[in-house]
Write a protein that binds this ligand. Sequence first.
Ligand code: GDP
Ligand code: MG
Length: 438
Amino acid sequence: LSEKLQNALGKLKGKGKLTEKDVNDAMREVKLALLEADVNFKVVKDFISKVKDRCIGQEVMESLTPAQHVIKIVNEELTSLMGSVQSKISFASKPPTVIMLVGLQGAGKTTTCGKLASYLKKQGKKPLLVACDIYRPAAIKQLHVVGSKLGIPVFDMGDKQDPVYIANSGLEEASKKGNDVVIIDTAGRLHIDEDLMDELKNVKSKIKPHEILLVIDAMTGQDAVNVAESFNNALGIDGVILTKLDGDTRGGAALSVRAVTNKPIKFVGMGEKLEELEPFHPDRMASRILGMGDVLSLIEKAQEAIDIKKAKEMEEKLKSQHFTFEDFLEQLEQVKKLGPLNELIGMIPGLSNAKELKDVDFDDKELVKIQAIIQSMTKKERQNPSILNASRKRRIANGSGTKVQDVNRLLKQFEQTRKMMKQFADIEKSMKKGGKFK
Ligand code: GDP
Ligand code: MG
């Protein structure tokens, strides 16, 4: 999908003024690309008409070419299609928070129970896994294996008891042992049937979970979306976990599920390993689908917003390691002109998926904080951060209304930027010499 969309929109590039025909032609191709990606037909239709409405008769932003403006609108509409903001787990005001994972056989429920527990454990929660799949051979054992790998307790009562009773006993166990999150692994079927739904409904009405999360397999495309619709109608769900996104090249399920069910995707599974679960960010997904890992568009955008001469000077400084906090601040201010940071990061190939950046939330609030910290430094400190001792850091934190930890974090980021830039410069040097990457 990514490639198709890039092609469709790529044709608009370099156009000064767009005619209605340009937009129509591009939208026809976008439509085909979405349909081919197995996005629900109705969703595609609504999407295209929204984008068209917004494109035609709109003032083009000063900093963008008309073509970029269309791409921006497509990006925004893709984001809003997937729910705009990241949707988090809602925790119970009185623990334990009960999360029930449901879905068809093989969708990834048991694996995801483990992944989710591990994710929440890292946030300081104390999860308990409860084995309620009494049908699939070895399902209970599988959950135990997952639990023991992660050091997370698993509660089971064998396969002779009723799932409702097991789930309820699991809650009691959690209260006894002080677990503040209970994650219930339920049975699946190959297809949706009444027996399964009845069982799930019974568990639901007995234990009243705070979150019913439906696990669906991204690789099954529109089937997954149909499954989501049926589960939502029959049982009622609070959100979706989309697994096997690592093997999904089309992106159809990710794009349609929210529009069809009106329920958000909360997490995505990116692999078989138990750490491969990520919160779902609609904006990042949209950029990925649009193939925003596109240096050209980044450069185009940057050239308009950044003073080229200053940028050149900055580059020299970075390479020569004379890069100070003053430069850093100036650079931040330039970057701010470019728009939301997340969007920019997404445009840098390789960086958009970089592990280190995943957990960093580059929001603009963070930027304001960083600015305040740097502004609270003396000139000397900005030029030579190595003189920052504990008392100076405390003074800076006080002056900027932040904490010493924030100051330390910034120092670390600054050091990393400096190192990274040094590496880029070295790579560039070796490329100029005709050398190869090792
Ligand atoms: P369940 O029947 O719904 O409980 O599904 P399982 O948890 O047993 O998973 C079925 C298969 O899908 C297993 O082989 C998992 O390793 C695999 N799986 C689950 N999540 C992911 C994912 O995000 N990516 C990939 N590649 N495989 C996954
Ligand atoms: Mg299972």
